[in-house]
Ligand binder design. Structure first.
Ligand SMILES: [Zn+2]
Length: 1021
């Protein structure tokens, strides 16, 4: 059947075929040149500029002025509304008619009041299909509106993608016309493309590659671009190739449409709402034309946005969800960062997400979906399982800079032993284009070949949205079962994971965190966002506890369900994986900080309301403790100059009025001859040198010096911080070679307070000619740690500020707090896996202990740590310039603390101290005869009561969440003075287990915990 002769020249045959569909070469005579037929100008095109994102209704009332194709407009972030009137020539009867629209901004087409199609040049969507096959009955005169955002798919970076946006960019429409689209040319071109790619991807080692080569060569021979009747011959040659089937053992690729939309990144939250609509309306359009097409879609927040702003589109989506084709995945409110949110925040991501999916779509997600986050906490498997999720999909560890992660399909075992079935799509992407290359990679790069015969391939433009295209679907359709390539099934996460579970006996297990060996700067970048997150997590915790107690105490008290949900959702939104990590543009930072301000302002009022309901009114002051242990602490009383400090004792989760308590030992502050200051409180003794460093940190009871011989603690150090590319994201290993201590004293250490309850010393250092640090070192009576209240004026460029404590502790591992627990990481650099963790994340504390002695470094809003050998360092501030040119510039306030201790960190109370540092005792006006009152207490101390809130949708019930914090199995007793009638175990979504009433005893509820186990109870009152 083939033309003769065919010489043995692979290269010329291949290039010949490539040129036949090239959009650069030979378009005068090749197939590509015939893709479009006749064109016809628009009847009229006019525009109107809006600085705001407005609705179609509003836009329609504006006055439009004529627009000529090629005219520029702007600036960045404005919206250009176009009104286009079209007249389709009658002689185009029977043709496929498109509006061809090429512009550098992202656009939405509106027709008859409805959003109908997204247009994005970078997402290969430049056509709006007016008619598949024009008939006389169809309207030939049509008016459409095009809402064009003055930003591209990736915002408006000035010069490179992650450069800060150019605020004055000009945009234009380069093409706007009616055209005839030759569908049969497109179909034949797709045949060609797939075969050419098979030739290239399978390579010279595969016979199948040569079969594709000769097929595609013969297709050129039989195709005459000027004669469409010749196409069928070429197409049937391709069809013969594609329909030669695979053997039974071939790998199966589960193809799923996807569109990763960052909830904010190089564009603000508001633009994301439109990105969702543009992407999803296009998905719905594709679904109507492709009955097999399945699309996976994460982030409840984005559904909520579309529900609110595009109700018509939302109800269409609901129908396709019902049909099982538009599939909500992930179960979370947003695709959050996997490291920094607290344990309770992680739970709420799932709670808000799953409840939303349940309410809107009558379903819950069975898989967690987080393809693009910078590492995954070891506590996630337990949290997933508690939220009804046993499967997990991501791929980000393919970004590791040092070590190659050894699995694609495996069981991931968390801190407590919970396991989830985990899959990393071997194509190492969440936005493939459905090409042969992606299919081949899915098999070749699969590190579990033979163990697992199924993999996922996600296709569709992502990050900035866009999603799948018809072309991607056409590609996949051709090679569903073609010898030489894996089998392709249009599939859902559910059917994929079911296949994996059914044949999972050979899979390996990875225990512990999934640490990403990249983007370690995100633990520190945008310090104000980190601080906002920590403070708001703390505030919401306190409001929920105080409101829960008020609910039981005061029958008139209304639990602020709606308001709390709004505030939680703002906090959860800011935990998105480009916001809390600080890898976003300045506009997003401003939005995020405003949301934190909303939470602080509304939260303060809610907290005050609930505290007022808890205590009787009067002129005295009471103190509220939201933590589950008694606290004895020095507090500052706002007014009253003679008695500005008080030592107060407050019971666990309870209140007490302020009454004088005398310390066992008063704080003693002495200026020594050399100008250094000696501070002592009976527990620790320290010497602060004139330059603010500590010459000594002595634990009195153990008679142990905590600082390394000849070294100073509290040493500020600066590093050069120039990454390879990802500025806000990355701190590289080589920054450690540029260490420079901060030594220039502006104001030497001097005594600020020498009260018997609080001693403090202050000093100021010059960091550079642009930046200074002022610090107050605070020692409180009865307190086992020293606080460092720090203020930094920061105006650096590509520098990294840390503070170091070289300690007299020898240990191969340091311990770091994570969500509901802690884990260890090495302090040495034996292997590449060890040294790749030169900068790590932790929450409220890190600890370095040897047998019977250790030192803990606590913080109130930081997340970056490094412990190498015996030097503990806390990362304080960075100064990246992209994508936010002003990241972290300005004034910063933060507190850290150092705590030497005897025994283990658990026995010494490091965990409780870190909570005390983060959760201030709250003062509220009350009567002076307030009786001391505790609502809950729990013993032993290993179990921490983290959360008390009103149960979801149940007014007469409280949800109480506890976890085992020490890492050992224990039986605990929860005691409450609240009028509780019944107690039931429940999961993290607050579903009671009716087979498990909590075990009651005379002392309280008895609970068994395994190491780091989370347990939740519903208490009915
Ligand atoms: Zn992302």
């Amino acid at each position: 059947m083939y033309h003769q002769p065919v010489l043995k020249n692979r290269r010329t045959l291949l290039e010949r075929a490539e040129k036949f569909i090239s959009d650069v070469y030979f378009t005068d005579c090749n197939l590509r040149g015939r893709l479009y037929g006749e064109s016809y100008p628009l009847e009229s095109l006019s525009q109107f500029m809006s600085p705001k994102r407005i609705t179609l209704m509003e836009a329609q009332t504006q006055s439009f002025t004529p627009y000529n194709v090629g005219d520029t407009f702007g600036p960045t972030w404005w919206t250009c509304w176009f009104k286009a009137t079209l007249n389709i020539p009658e002689c185009w009867r029977g043709k496929e008619v498109h509006v061809l629209w090429e512009s550098d901004g992202e656009a939405m087409v509106w027709r008859d009041g409805q959003a109908v199609q997204g247009l994005t040049k970078e997402g290969e969507k430049t056509s709006y299909i007016l008619s598949d096959c024009l008939t006389d009955e169809e309207p030939h005169s049509v008016t459409i509106y095009v809402e064009m955002a003055c930003n591209g798919l990736f915002g408006a970076g000035n010069g490179s993608m992650i450069a800060p946006p150019d605020p004055n960019r000009k945009f234009s429409v380069q093409k706007a016309e009616l055209v005839i689209f030759n569908r049969e040319v497109r179909e034949l071109m797709t045949d060609f493309e797939m075969l050419i790619d098979i030739v290239k991807e399978l390579g010279e080692g595969e016979q199948r590659s040569y079969q594709a080569l000769f097929t595609v060569n013969e297709m050129v021979n039989v195709s005459d671009p000027t004669d469409p009747s010749s196409f069928s011959g070429a197409r049937s040659l391709a069809q013969n190739f594609f329909s030669q089937h695979n053997g039974q053992s071939q790998h199966t690729v589960h193809a799923m449409g996807h569109c990763h939309i960052d909830s904010a990144w190089l564009w603000p939250y508001e633009e994301t709402i439109r990105k969702c609509a543009r992407s999803w309306v296009t998905v719905i359009h594709l679904m109507k034309k492709n009955p097999d097409f399945v699309f996976t879609c994460s982030q409840a927040q984005q559904f909520e946005w579309v529900k609110c702003w595009y109700p018509g589109l939302f109800s269409e989506i609901q129908q396709y969800i019902k049909a099982g084709r538009f599939i909500p995945v992930g179960g979370t409110w947003v695709e959050m960062d996997g490291n920094l949110p607290s344990g309770e925040s992680m739970v709420r991501q799932f709670l808000e997400g799953q409840l939303f999916f349940e309410q809107e779509f009558g379903m819950r997600c069975k898989e967690f979906w987080l393809p693009d986050t910078f590492g995954y906490s070891a506590q996630l498997p337990q949290i997933m399982q508690g939220c009804g999720i046993s499967n997990f999909l991501t791929q980000k560890l393919s970004w590791n800079l040092v070590n190659t992660f050894p699995h694609n399909t495996f069981f991931w075992e968390g801190l407590d032993g919970s396991k989830v079935l985990t899959h990393f799509p071997p194509g190492d992407s969440y936005e493939t284009k459905g090409k042969v290359e992606d299919l081949v990679k899915t098999v070749k790069q699969n590190k579990d070949r033979g163990r697992a015969n199924h993999s996922v391939m996600l296709f569709g433009f992502g990050d900035g949205g866009g999603g799948p295209t018809q072309l991607m679907l056409d590609r996949l359709k051709r090679v569903q079962d073609t010898d030489g390539l894996p089998k392709i099934r249009m599939s859902s996460p559910d059917s994929f994971f079911s296949e994996l579970w059914a044949d999972s006996h050979l899979l390996c297990t990875w225990a512990g965190e999934l640490f990403l060996e990249l983007h370690n700067g995100t633990y520190t970048t945008q310090a104000q966002i980190k601080r906002g997150n920590r403070q708001c997590e703390t505030l919401l915790h306190d409001i929920e506890i105080a409101s829960s107690l008020a609910l039981c105490q005061d029958t008139h008290f209304q639990y602020p369900v709606g308001r709390l949900r709004e505030l939680w959702r703002l906090l959860l939104l800011n935990q998105f994986h480009d916001v809390i990590p600080g890898s976003c543009i300045e506009m997003v930072v401003e939005d995020a900080l405003r949301y934190y301000e909303d939470i602080r302002r509304s939260g303060a009022a809610l907290l005050q309301d609930s505290l007022s309901a808890l205590v009787s009114k009067g002129d005295a002051t009471s103190v509220f403790n939201s933590l589950s242990w008694e606290r004895l602490e020095v507090i500052q009383i706002q007014d009253g100059p003679s008695n500005e400090f008080a030592l107060v004792r407050v019971p666990s989760i309870g209140v007490n009025f302020i009454q004088e308590t005398k310390p066992a030992t008063a704080v003693c502050v002495t200026v020594q001859e050399d100008g250094s200051v000696l501070m002592e409180n009976g527990i620790i003794r320290t010497v602060v040198k004139k330059d603010g460093t500590m010459a000594s940190l002595h634990l009195i009871s153990a008679n142990r010096e905590a600082l390394s011989v000849g070294c100073c603690g509290n040493q500020f150090v600066m590093f050069d911080d120039v990454p390879l590319y990802w500025d806000a994201w990355d701190v590289m290993d080589y920054h450690l070679q540029t260490r420079r201590p901060v030594v220039e004293v502006v104001q030497p250490a001097h005594v600020l307070s020498s009260h018997e309850l609080r001693g403090s010393v202050s000093f100021t250092l010059r960091i550079s000619d642009k930046s200074t640090v002022t610090q107050e070192i605070v020692m409180d009576a009865m307190c086992p740690y020293i606080k460092f209240n720090t203020q930094v004026n920061w105006a650096e460029s590509h520098k990294f500020l840390k503070v170091e404590f070289p300690v007299q502790v020898h240990s191969p591992n340091a311990t770091y707090e994570i969500q509901f627990g802690h884990l260890q990481r090495p302090t040495h650099r034996n292997t590449s896996w060890d040294w790749a963790r030169f900068e790590v994340w932790g929450h409220k504390w890190a600890d370095l202990s040897e047998h019977n002695f250790g030192v803990a470094l606590l913080n109130d809003c930081k997340y970056g740590y490094s412990v190498f050998k015996n030097t503990m360092a806390l990362s304080l501030l960075r100064a990246p310039k992209a994508p936010d040119a002003n990241a972290d510039m300005g004034s910063h306030h933060f507190t850290y603390a150092i705590m030497p201790h005897a025994g283990t960190l658990q026995d010494a109370g490091v965990i409780q101290c870190s909570y005390n540092l983060n959760y201030p005792l709250r003062l509220t006006p009350s009567s002076s005869d307030m009786a001391l009152w505790s609502a809950f207490s729990i013993s032993p101390a290993a179990v921490i009561l983290e959360t008390v809130k009103q149960a979801e949708g149940r007014k007469g019930a409280l949800l109480v969440r506890m976890y085992e914090a020490y890492g050992g199995g224990v039986t605990a007793t929860l005691h409450t003075t609240l009028p509780i009638k019944e107690a039931w175990h429940c999961d993290l979504l607050e579903q009671t287990d009716t087979t498990q009433p909590a075990c009651d005893s005379a002392d309280g509820i008895i609970l068994h915990f395994t190491p780091f186990q989370l347990r939740s109870l519903l208490l009915i009152f």
